[in-house]
Design a protein. Structure first.
Length: 105
């Protein structure tokens, strides 16, 4: 099991491994649909996490963006774009959550 996952999620996966497996398969299926490349998908998912105010998801998608080769500047830019969409406080929260992972501000 991935030790980077929060402890509660690890427990949930251990209890319901089939649910976790199917969730992962759904993610792969959706990601393979014709449209966006992987880099774009990563940034869109990060933007959705910021816009929905999901701290854990922002942390997770920030790490996934870095693993996919996106630069810190690209990742921070995604949160800056949120300023004129969700407002200053929501975007700043997103920036802070990104910085939790990147330690680059």
């Amino acid at each position: 099991m991935n030790k980077d996952l929060p402890e509660f999620l690890q427990k949930l996966i251990a209890r319901y491994p089939d649910v976790w497996e199917q969730y992962g398969q759904l993610s792969k299926t959706i990601g393979s649909v014709e449209g966006l490349d992987e880099r774009s998908q990563r940034l869109v998912k990060l933007g959705i996490a910021i816009g929905s105010g999901r701290q854990g998801a922002v942390h997770s998608h920030t790490r996934k963006c870095r693993k996919a080769g996106l630069s810190n500047a690209e990742i921070f830019h995604t949160a800056l774009l949120a300023i004129t969409t969700i407002g200053w406080s929501g975007a700043v929260a997103g920036l802070a959550w990104i910085d939790d992972e990147l330690q680059d501000l």
